[in-house]
Design a binder for this molecule. Structure first.
Ligand SMILES: Cc1cc2nc3c(=O)[nH]c(=O)nc-3n(C[C@H](O)[C@H](O)[C@H](O)COP(=O)(O)O)c2cc1C
Length: 174
């Protein structure tokens, strides 16, 4: 693959999205930036708070980030799906950085439903279509069954394959 400077930005409440983010970063020799929510999203109350923030489409408070997305050729943004939406910490990062985004691609992990809706929200905030999307079921992450989908996504991100009008769509769903 021709050299392109790539950043993988992600939020993960329980580690699933982090696992995919790190696998992608390894495959693409990319830098990573983990979004850290400063509010507590852990436990039962944290779960409820996460659902409410996602349903209301509010951004949660996040810690200052270290990487400047405008220094990259491609930024891959990853989120868990919350209430058929993108997570509130990723919403906050996208809203804060939308003016500084190069080409983008999106990935999500999910229990089974809402990935396309989350990608639509991400595109709306970013103000541009993703070069490709990847949705991975959490069960496939736990069972280590995501390598073929990840490889397809990585291939779709090669510079020669870019298509800004018809993004490549990969999913581990049957
Ligand atoms: C608050 C909350 C809401 C969720 N809502 C959905 C949903 O609408 N659809 C879905 O398929 N999975 C849903 N899930 C499951 C997560 O998307 C899934 O477990 C994801 O892989 C978690 O990623 P993480 O470990 O990186 O936080 C939800 C999980 C949480 C915590």
């Amino acid at each position: 693959m021709a050299e392109q400077k790539t950043l993988v930005v992600y939020y993960s409440r329980t580690g699933t999205t982090r696992q995919i983010a790190h696998a992608l970063a390894n495959a693409l020799y990319a830098d990573t930036e983990e979004i850290v929510a400063t509010g507590n999203h852990a436990g039962v109350f944290g779960y409820l708070r996460s659902v409410i923030e996602a349903r209301r489409r509010t951004s949660s408070a996040i810690a200052a980030v270290k990487k400047d997305p405008s220094a990259y050729d491609l930024v891959i943004v990853g989120t868990p799906v919350w209430a058929w939406s993108l997570s509130s910490p990723v919403r906050a990062w996208l809203a804060a950085n939308k003016e500084h985004l190069p080409a983008v691609a999106f990935f999500c992990t999910l229990g089974g439903a809402g990935g396309d809706k989350a990608f639509g929200q991400m595109q709306e905030i970013a103000g541009k279509p993703p070069r490709a999307t990847l949705a991975v079921n959490a069960a496939d992450v736990i069972a280590d069954r995501y390598a073929p989908a990840l490889a397809s996504f990585v291939t779709a991100l090669e510079p020669g394959r870019r298509s800004e009008t018809t993004p490549s769509k990969t999913s581990t769903a049957a």
